[in-house]
Design a protein around this ligand. Sequence first.
Ligand code: TXA
Ligand code: MG
Length: 379
Amino acid sequence: TLQNGAPHSNPHTASAVSLAAQTLLAANTVAFPTETVYGLGALALNTHAAAKIFTTKGRPADNPLIVHVSSLAMLRSLLPATYTLSPAYDALIRHFWPGALTLLFPSDPHTVPSIITAGHPSVAVRMPSHPVARALIAVANAPIAAPSANSSGKPSPTRAEHVLRDLGGKLAVILDGGFCDVGVESTVVDGLAEDGALRVLRPGGVTVEDLERVLAEELGARAPRVLVHRRDFHDEGMEAAPTTPGMKYRHYSPAVPVTLLYTSVPSPMDALRTSAADFFASLRSPEASRPTRVGLLTPSDSRLLAYAGALDGVEWFPFPLGTLTEPAISAQRLFDGLLTLEQEGVDLILVEEVAEEKEGLAFMNRIKKAASTSRWLEL
Ligand code: TXA
Ligand code: MG
């Protein structure tokens, strides 16, 4: 039901989806679940409606929005009439749509307003797989622009409660579809460059390994190269790091300081390197009356847990990620962990690195931006 100030609706009923669709068609915003993160939706082809997304989030106007569709016909309606899909896009769409993959297409400027593309010649489109998202777009029968449903700069919401806490006072409707399976945003791929290569502008829910595997299976020797920016300290294999316009902003940060702990890669600077024992000892509160409250976001089989257990003067708030060999679970739990620990009122959140493979690439991309400090620990 739609109530002032206390939005709540049941996505499992057709009436909730229909109410949300009516809200969208009246040029207002709606928060809704997708398989990646919760989205803040508005009509993509209505400048007045799309502008409300920017004011609600406090989002910079030069950061373009992803348009969500529920059918290939809806995709077609956004693109120039003469445009034909490349073999690579055709393969990716058949394998990964609906799902956590966003593709850039040439935009028809007569159809897609410049508030959506931020003036770029391309428009980013994805077809979500979450049944509530699909139903909402289909019932509204209109493409829906949707960034993550958080205030600009904050972690992306993976539960309806996260949205309610952050933006509840500004929204008429939040559709509650439970937690998001993927937990990080979609992978953004630009396949429009003249050289035919696919550039991963933002790693996300669909892994680079899966993109490469599907392209090789489908196109064999004709498969395009997949270019991705993997490391921040030593770039390899790429002339310049291509990223989305949104990637330059401070991002994904809770109100609490976040320290990223590297445990397997060498430190780029001696000053940032320390023994794990010394680092953990330094967290002890100087006042006996109140221990430091520290959130600990690490793989459930992390070696760091032994250091934490041995200390007094620190109250620990562990939030386990997947095991060291489960990057998909680590990615699924990252934003939930940051937001849950923030709500528990910790003074500091420590996050341990995850190997930059599979979903771990998206995990590290997000946490490098969320962290205010990085330290390199010797175990
Ligand atoms: O999983 C997701 O993609 C979620 C859910 C709600 O679908 N949405 C999402 O939207 O993450 P947002 O606005 O938080 O991130 C969109 C990203 C930004 O980094 C933006 O710069 C990039 O996509 N982007 C959008 N349009 C673009 C364009 N035309 N060219 C390059 N990058 C674009
Ligand atoms: Mg976002």
